[in-house]
Write a protein that binds this ligand. Structure first.
Ligand code: M6R
Length: 618
C-alpha cells in the first residue's frame, strides 16, 4: 500500500506532487519520489525515509516541468532504499511509473525481459512494469498518437495481481496515463489541469470534480480533458462525481496529530452518523429511518448474520455480535476477513452478510466480500469512503459519516461503525418484533444522548493524559472485560500496541484463570472495563485475582459508581448510559490513553512503525 499522485497542467508539477504526497503519507512513509518531465527528459528524484527527506533535498532545486508523478512507499518487495523507491523507469529513462499494489507474476515477467537483455536495478515488482511498457512501446506496430496507450493496454494484460499506476513518457509531454485494479485511484478534474491521487484528501485543495476509476479502467489525462477507457481499450463516457468534504476536515486544524483531532471529532462524527437516520415526532417519539437501504422481509426472516472486517473493523464486528444478539435475537458469526476465503466457509444466500471497512479498500475484506457475493450472499457494506471499491461492489451501503480518517490508528471510524450497527440492530429488532416498543424508544433516546456524552469525555481528557504520563513505560498491559467490555478490550489493546508499541493483550475476564493469569506479575498494568452492572461482582473477583498477583489495576466504569473504590488504584469514569450501549463511550478514554502513551514515548501516533493506513495488499 502506497500513495500515488500525478499532475498535468501549466504550473510547475513538483510543488503540487509534493503537497499531494503530504496528504497521502499515511499510506506509506519509508521512501518517496517524483518523476517530472522537463525539457523532453524525465527527471527522477527519490529517497529513502519520510517525505520530508525528499522535500529538503528538493528545496534548492528547480524543476520547471508541468507533468509529473509522485509516490510515497510502504515496502513490500525489497527493503526501503533509494533504489527501491518509486518512480521506476526503463533503462533509457523514457518511461516512468509509480505503482501501488503487488504484481504477483513479476518473477516470470522479469525472467522474460532479462532473457531479452533488459537490465534491472531494483528488487521491486514495479520495475517490470516500466520495462514492459518500454518493451511493448518499442515493439508495437502502432507509432502514432495511441502508441503509449496501446503499450499500456498490452502491459496491463500481462500483469497478475493488483495495481494502481501512474505513467509518463518523455515522447508524450501532453499526457499522463493511469490505471487501476484492486487498488484505489482517483482522477481530479481542474481547469486546464488534471490530477491523479490514491485518495480524496490529496485532491481537495485543487478540485472537487472527480472520476473514481472502476476496476480495470484506465484514464488518459491531457491538460484540457480526460479520456476514460476499459482495459480492452473501449472508451467510457461517464459524468464526474462531486466531493462535498470540507477541506478543513482533511487537515490537522491546530491539533498536534491527526489521531488526536480524529478522537476529538467523535462527538460530531457520531451525531453526523446518527441524526440523518432519525425521525423525530416528539421528544418522546423518535424512530429510526433507513430509507437509504430498504430492509425487506428477507431481513426479518434471515436465520443468521455474518460480519467480516479486519483490525478495528473486525472488533466493531465483535461488538456487533453482542448488539444484534441482544436486540434482534439473531445469531451472529464474526469472521476475520483475512482468514475468510481460506477456510471454505459455509455461505448461505439467505444470511445477512455485513462487510465493515473504514477505507472500503482493504484487500482481505474485499476478497471476503467477493467470495460471499459469488456464492449468492447479499452484501451490506458499512464504510466511511464514498466511491470506494467496497461501496461500489456491495448491494447495500450504510455510510459512517465520520469524515476523512487520516491517522493510521482507527478511532472515529470505530465509534461510527458501532453507531451504524446499533441503528441496524434496532431496526432489525423492530422488524423481527424482538424488542418491546418501550425499550426501543428508550434505547433510541439514549442513543441520541451519546454524542453529547462523548463530548463530556473529551473535554476532561487531561485526567487521561496524566494517567498516561504515569503508565506509558509499562512493559505489559492487559485489558479485561466481560461481554461488550471484552469486545472493547480487544480494540483498546490494539490501539495501545499499534501506536505505543507496548505489549498489550485483551482477555475475556473469566478466561484469565484458564491460563493467561500466569503472565500477571508485579509491574503488569491491568485495565478492567466494567460497564456491565449485572457482572460487577464477577469482574471485581477478576480484579482481586490479578491485584493479589501484583498487578496494578485501572478501572473504566460509570460516573458515580463506587463499586470499584476499594479494588482499583485508578478509576476513569464515563457518562452513564445503558450497559448495552457502553462501547460507544468506553472506548474513547482508552483511545486517548493509547494516544498519550505513544506521545510520551516519543512515537509519532499518526505514522506508527511498520504500518500504513490502508492495507490494499494481502
Ligand atoms: O479500512 P479498514 O477499516 O478496512 O481497515 C482495517 C484495518 O486495517 C484497520 O482497522 C487497522 O487495524 C487500524 N490500523 C487499526 O487502528
Amino acid at each position: 500500500m502506497c500513495g500515488i499522485t500525478g499532475y498535468i497542467g501549466y504550473h510547475e508539477a513538483t510543488p503540487r506532487l509534493l503537497s499531494m504526497l503530504q496528504k497521502l503519507e499515511y499510506r506509506g512513509y519509508d521512501s518517496a519520489g517524483i518523476a517530472v518531465l522537463d525539457n523532453d527528459e524525465i527527471v527522477v528524484r527519490k529517497m529513502k525515509g519520510p517525505l520530508s527527506v525528499l522535500e529538503s533535498a528538493l528545496a534548492n532545486e528547480k524543476i520547471p516541468g508541468t507533468l509529473g508523478i509522485g509516490h510515497t512507499r510502504w515496502a513490500t518487495h525489497g527493503e526501503p532504499s533509494d533504489i527501491n523507491a518509486h518512480p521506476h523507469t526503463d533503462i533509457s529513462g523514457f518511461i516512468a511509473v509509480v505503482h501501488n499494489g503487488i504484481i504477483e507474476n513479476y518473477i516470470k515477467l522479469k525472467n522474460y525481459l532479462q532473457e531479452r537483455g533488459v537490465v534491472f536495478r531494483s528488487e521491486t515488482d514495479t520495475e517490470v512494469i516500466a520495462h514492459l511498457l518500454n518493451f511493448y512501446y518499442r515493439n508495437g506496430k502502432n507509432r502514432g498518437q495511441n502508441s503509449l496507450l496501446d503499450a499500456a493496454l498490452k502491459t496491463l494484460s500481462k500483469l497478475e495481481g493488483s495495481y494502481s499506476l501512474g505513467i509518463i513518457a518523455s515522447d508524450f509531454p501532453d499526457r499522463l496515463i493511469c490505471a487501476r485494479k484492486d487498488n484505489p485511484l482517483i482522477v481530479g478534474l481542474g481547469e486546464n489541469e488534471n490530477y491523479i491521487a490514491s485518495d480524496v484528501p490529496a485532491l481537495l485543495p485543487y478540485t472537487r470534480n472527480i472520476h473514481f476509476l472502476n476496476e480495470r479502467e484506465l484514464a488518459v489525462l491531457y491538460r484540457d480533458h480526460v479520456d476514460l477507457f476499459t482495459e480492452s481499450g473501449e472508451k467510457i463516457i461517464r459524468e464526474p462525481s462531486s466531493i462535498e468534504w470540507d477541506i478543513k476536515s482533511a487537515e490537522k486544524s491546530g491539533y498536534a496529530h491527526f489521531m488526536l483531532k480524529e478522537i476529538n471529532e467523535q462527538d460530531k462524527a457520531l451525531s453526523d452518523t446518527l441524526s440523518p437516520r432519525l425521525i423525530k415526532k416528539s421528544n418522546e417519539s423518535i424512530t429510526i429511518n433507513f430509507d437509504e437501504i430498504k430492509l425487506d422481509d428477507s431481513w426479518a426472516e434471515a436465520k443468521k448474520i455474518v460480519i467480516t472486517g479486519c483490525g478495528t473493523a473486525y472488533h466493531a464486528g465483535i461488538v456487533g455480535k453482542y448488539i444484534f444478539e441482544h436486540f434482534a435475537r439473531i445469531p451472529v458469526e464474526v469472521d476475520i476477513a483475512s482468514e475468510y476465503r481460506y477456510r471454505n466457509p459455509l455461505i448461505n444466500p439467505n444470511d445477512i452478510f455485513i462487510v465493515m471497512s473504514q477505507s472500503g479498500e482493504t484487500a482481505d475484506t474485499l476478497a471476503a466480500m467477493r467470495l460471499a457475493k459469488k456464492h449468492g450472499a447479499k452484501i451490506l457494506a458499512i464504510t466511511n469512503a464514498v466511491g470506494s471499491t467496497l461501496s461500489r461492489e456491495a448491494d447495500l451501503i450504510l455510510y459512517t459519516w465520520a469524515g476523512p480518517e487520516i491517522a493510521v490508528a482507527s478511532t472515529k471510524a470505530f465509534t461510527t461503525q458501532l453507531m451504524c450497527l446499533y441503528l441496524l440492530a434496532l431496526r432489525l429488532a423492530e422488524l423481527r418484533k424482538t424488542i418491546p416498543d418501550r425499550e426501543y424508544k428508550r434505547t433510541v433516546r439514549l442513543l441520541v444522548k451519546i454524542p453529547e456524552q462523548a463530548r463530556n469525555i473529551l473535554v476532561n481528557q487531561e485526567v487521561i493524559q496524566k494517567l498516561a504520563s504515569k503508565q506509558f513505560n509499562k512493559n505489559k498491559v492487559f485489558f479485561i472485560g466481560r461481554l461488550f467490555d471484552y469486545a472493547v478490550s480487544l480494540e483498546s489493546a490494539l490501539k495501545l500496541k499499534e501506536i505505543s508499541y507496548t505489549h498489550s493483550e485483551a482477555f475475556a475476564a473469566g478466561e484469565l484463570k484458564h491460563g493467561a493469569i500466569a503472565l500477571v506479575d508485579k509491574g503488569t498494568l491491568v485495565i478492567a472495563i466494567a460497564t456491565q452492572e449485572a457482572l460487577f461482582e464477577k469482574i471485581i473477583s477478576n480484579i482481586r485475582e490479578v491485584s493479589s498477583r501484583g498487578a496494578e489495576v485501572m478501572v473504566i466504569t460509570w460516573e458515580g459508581e463506587r463499586a470499584f473504590d476499594t479494588v482499583a488504584a485508578e478509576i476513569i469514569t464515563i457518562p452513564k448510559t445503558d450497559s448495552s450501549l457502553s462501547p460507544l463511550l468506553s472506548i474513547i478514554p482508552l483511545q486517548l490513553f493509547a494516544y498519550y502513551c505513544a506521545v510520551q514515548k516519543g512515537n509519532d501516533p499518526d505514522k506508527p512503525r511498520n504500518l500504513a493506513k490502508s492495507v490494499t495488499v494481502e
